[in-house]
Design a protein around this ligand. Structure first.
Ligand SMILES: NC(=O)C1=CN([C@@H]2O[C@H](COP(=O)(O)OP(=O)(O)OC[C@H]3O[C@@H](n4cnc5c(N)ncnc54)[C@H](O)[C@@H]3O)[C@@H](O)[C@H]2O)C=CC1
Ligand SMILES: C[N+](C)(C)CC(=O)CC(=O)[O-]
Length: 485
């Protein structure tokens, strides 16, 4: 049975949390008194559906059920985890916790607060032990970081289980050991924000020039190495000590106005908002979100290929998912289900459906799984032998659309010492959207020649071939292009 998340507050951040839980298979109940909340949350979830699956290399779990509750009680009743994301006002958060704890006194309550300390959130609570900071980053459905801040009153076991819940939905819970206003990351954002306000107010730079200064340079560095690793490299071969010696004195020079805050009046707000409109007002917020999401997906995918930083979190999440959803256990008496996948945004072409090259990709996921099954796995390839594909014939029979769940089956038509002739069906439910007939040859990679597969492989392959010989031969097997049906 799907677990339930109670999401209290359905604005920018609550909508993002709802999307992350929902797309990771949790049922989600949202409470927000704003009558526009269902529309806003719906739009955030629609953007998340276009984005989050693009980070995963395996099939997404079936989406959970989304509901909008008419009271806090209804939203949190029976919830396994509660996330509070109401406006940043302490009195409001206290009232919300009191209502939650009347019905769910023992359930973990993460607060999205950007700045309040957990001990402040817990004041006068019926059960302070369950309330902690779980501070996410926008867009919550793509960025992995959640700063987890407990206080001395928190229950360590509950904090551990909340961190595990967040890992399950693909997040990176960073445990903040000592509570402090604005936690860790928002202290940096606050510093940069203050400095930027001064630069605009003093007429040094426009909002656009400031954004260029960030995105053309240090913003790119920070996303992959952070601050200290970046500065270590900036110290050259002499490293961090040299960097500190060279730039330490600047700390006393007038390089920052950080200690001051510009007077926050209508004039400043109009100046910033006017420049921001000129810079970005030609895009709607939803368009900007989609542009941001596609850029983030590109960055995150590169980091994933490199098993680095946030990319590591994505790889770990895929591995967890694979464990939670074990690979299909193929039945030799019929075409064997070897792979499951879902159609990702990058697989869609200008016709709005899965593009032709991805059918070959889906087939190689399927045949690779079959090869692993008969022992021709990556360790075997390491010994210098492998199967190479010599020929493929693809037939397109149906359409697959974004997000469709697909599976790949293998039927062995013939196998001998050197040859492996298979028929792959790419299925959407029971319907074949494509079939691929393939001839693979067993190869001595060093010699660049075909050779007989060893007994260890043939002992697994030939019994399957024998069992499959009893199956009806696929009608399309042996077909050539242009042949009449
Ligand atoms: N916007 C951001 O970039 C980030 C915000 N946060 C934090 O997340 C929390 C929410 O911020 P946003 O989503 O940006 O604000 P928002 O203004 O977009 O959404 C707040 C929502 O809370 C709802 N609300 C007010 N009273 C409520 C109640 N009694 N019960 C349920 N819902 C209620 C409002 O109707 C509104 O939809 C804040 O604590 C904020 O500091 C955290 C990370 C980033
Ligand atoms: C501006 N902010 C303090 C609300 C920012 C955050 O809390 C985190 C974020 O997503 O930038």
């Amino acid at each position: 049975m799907a677990r339930k998340a109670g999401i209290i507050g359905g604005g920018v951040i609550g909508g993002g949390w709802a999307a992350r839980f929902l797309l990771n298979g949790w049922d989600v109940a949202v409470f927000d008194p704003d009558p526009e909340a269902p529309r806003k949350v719906g739009e955030v979830i629609a953007n998340a559906r276009r984005a989050l699956p693009a980070l995963s290399d395996g099939p997404m779990p079936p989406e959970g059920k989304l509901s909008f509750a008419s009271t806090i009680t209804e939203a949190v009743e029976g919830a396994d985890y509660i996330q509070e994301s109401v406006s940043e006002r302490l009195d409001l958060k206290h009232r919300v916790f009191a209502q939650i704890q009347q019905v769910a006194p023992g359930t973990p309550i993460g607060s999205s607060t950007s700045g309040f300390k957990p001990s402040e959130l817990q004041q006068n609570a019926a059960n302070p032990a369950t309330i902690f900071v779980a501070h996410p980053f926008n867009p919550v459905y793509l960025l992995p970081l959640a700063e987890i801040v407990p206080s001395a009153k928190s229950d360590p076991a509950l904090i551990d289980s909340a961190k595990e819940t967040l890992r399950e939905i693909g997040m990176f819970p960073l445990h903040i050991r000592k509570e402090i206003d604005a936690h860790i990351a928002d202290r940096f954002l606050e510093a940069v924000w203050r400095e930027a306000l001064w630069l605009v107010k003093d007429g040094i730079a426009t909002t656009e020039e400031i954004d260029e200064a960030i995105r053309m340079g240090f913003g790119l560095r920070w996303g992959q190495m952070g601050l200290f690793e970046t500065y270590r490299i900036a110290g050259g071969e002499a490293g961090m000590k040299h960097f500190m010696a060279q730039f330490g004195p600047c700390l006393t020079w007038p390089w920052t106005k950080l200690m001051d805050v510009p007077e926050f009046n209508d004039e400043l707000v109009d100046l910033i908002a006017g420049q921001s409109d000129a810079q970005s007002g030609h895009h709607s917020i939803r368009e900007l979100e989609r542009i941001r999401d596609q850029n983030l997906i590109g960055f995150l995918r590169v980091l994933k290929e490199r098993n680095w930083g946030a990319g590591k979190v994505l790889l770990d999440h895929d591995a967890r998912r694979r464990q939670a959803m074990p690979a299909p256990s193929p039945d030799h008496a019929q075409p064997m289900e070897m792979a499951r996948m879902h159609v990702l945004p990058g697989w869609i072409d200008y016709n709005g459906h899965m593009t032709e090259s991805r059918y070959l990709f889906a087939a190689s996921e399927t045949s690779d799984a079959f090869l692993r099954h008969i022992g021709a796995d990556i360790a075997y390839v390491g010994t210098g032998f492998s199967y190479y594909t010599a020929e493929t014939h693809i037939m397109h029979l149906g359409e697959a659309k974004l997000g469709d769940a697909l599976s790949g089956t293998v039927q062995v038509i013939h196998a001998d010492e050197k040859r492996l002739h298979i028929f792959i069906r790419i299925l959407k439910g029971d319907e074949a959207v494509a079939t691929l007939e393939q001839m693979l040859l067993h190869v001595d990679m060093k010699a660049g020649k075909t050779c007989a597969a060893p007994p260890a492989i043939l002992d697994r392959l030939l019994p399957i071939a024998k069992a499959h010989a009893a199956l009806p031969k696929p009608e399309a097997a042996g077909r050539h292009v242009g042949q009449k049906k």
